[in-house]
Design a binder for this molecule. Structure first.
Ligand code: GLA
Length: 379
């Protein structure tokens, strides 16, 4: 990192910061409905080396793009941002909406590297946003807390990148802890880190990346969000978070079938998040498996965001010994997670690889992740 930064910018950075990707254990598409999510930060990280300049120029470079991008702070508006640099530059812009005085702060140079897979549903984008957010928060002396920095990342994603996402990914990346899940109320933004206990139970979370890449800025994600908003409006609530399972019979009467199923996913998924946290606290991690399965069925049948590759990954993993499995993230591609007894991970991997080959699907990439600490300064 130091060498990469120094060879591009010819001086030493002020420091090095990092932030992880995330896996969502449960609570899918509930964040923008002001409900509950329960993700954890993973041991795959984005690292940023950053140094201040004496003028108003920003230059960002990365290991995943050939050219450095340069822009003046005076031109830093979402309309001027595009491509991968919209993530780091979008954060710099968004900090201006949360207290940074962009008329007086100095410019900076940043070099970004990452081992969070892109397009796998593991939030490589939130990892960049969170790493840059903590770095600029330090060097610009802003004193913003983690919850505020998550809102900064979401604003960058919504306005600079143009993806209408919620606050889950940035929250996981900023608030995660080793062996802990981030239980977040997306309305109050109150959060609690709950011990997962996977290691002690000899359980692993196996990622099955289908390598079908998803694009949140387009299509399905936005249309699901629109259905949820339409459902909430028809039912007279400001967000679907306000509905409980008891409200579903009334919703069935008032809504068309498709909107009802979208609403039912959100309402039951919120309940599953609460049940997962309670089950974990009272009985430990083995017992949450059936909630993971139920979540997948709900996403497959009610929210309709799964794809054949994800369904095959989930079914095959379960058949080969995983205790529970579900697709994770926004859907329409990306990865599934399988909560698997450690000894059975090789069996599950072999079964999934064989099943994909048999169906003629592209070979998936599989690896185990562990819950890791959130964003931090490294040097
Ligand atoms: C993406 C978004 C999140 C969340 C999930 C679905 O990861 O970035 O805000 O909506 O999809 O749960």
């Amino acid at each position: 990192m130091l060498a990469d930064f120094e060879s591009r910018f010819n001086h030493r950075p002020a420091g090095i910061w990092s932030a992880p990707g995330r896996v969502n254990l449960i609570g899918e598409h509930t964040d923008y409905n002001e409900g509950f999510v329960f993700p954890f930060a993973i041991d795959r990280r984005t690292v940023v080396a950053l140094g201040l300049r004496e003028d108003r120029i920003i230059r960002v470079a990365s290991s995943f793009a050939a050219e450095a991008i340069e822009i003046s702070l005076d031109e830093l508006i979402p309309e001027n941002l595009a491509g991968w640099s919209a993530y780091p530059l979008g954060v710099a812009w968004a900090l201006g909406r949360f207290g940074a005085d962009l008329g007086t702060v100095p410019g900076f140079e940043a070099f970004i590297d990452s081992d969070v897979p892109i397009g796998a549903g593991l939030s490589s984008s939130a990892a960049i946003e969170s790493a840059v957010a903590v770095a600029l928060n330090d060097v610009w002396g802003l004193g913003l807390d983690r919850s505020t920095l998550a809102q900064v990342g979401r604003l960058a994603e919504n306005r600079a990148v143009g993806a209408p996402t919620g606050i889950m990914d940035q929250s996981a990346s900023l608030l995660g802890k080793a062996d802990g899940g981030v239980f977040l109320d997306c309305r109050s933004l109150e959060s609690d880190v709950i011990p997962l206990g996977f290691d002690a139970a000899r359980l692993d979370v196996l990622i099955i990346d289908t390598r079908v890449s998803h694009a949140h800025a387009t299509g399905g994600y936005a249309s699901r969000r629109a259905s949820c908003e339409a459902g909430a409006a028809a039912l007279g609530v400001s967000a679907l978070r306000e509905l409980g399972v008891d409200d579903l019979p009334r919703a069935a009467e008032l809504l068309d079938d498709e909107t009802f199923r979208r609403v039912r996913h959100i309402v039951t998924e919120n309940q599953r998040v609460l049940d997962t946290v309670q089950t974990l606290r009272e009985h430990g991690p083995t017992r949450i498996a059936e909630l993971l399965d139920a979540s997948h069925v709900s996403m497959r049948d009610d929210f309709e965001i799964s794809i054949p590759e994800l369904d095959l990954a989930v079914e095959t993993a379960r058949g080969a010994g995983a205790l529970g499995a579900r697709m994770t993230g926004g859907g329409f591609g990306g990865a599934a997670i399988a909560l698997t007894p450690r000894d059975l991970v090789p069996d599950v991997e072999a079964a999934v690889a064989a099943a994909f080959a048999e169906r003629g699907f592209r070979a998936p990439v599989m690896f185990v992740v562990h819950a890791a600490d959130g964003a931090r300064r490294e040097q």
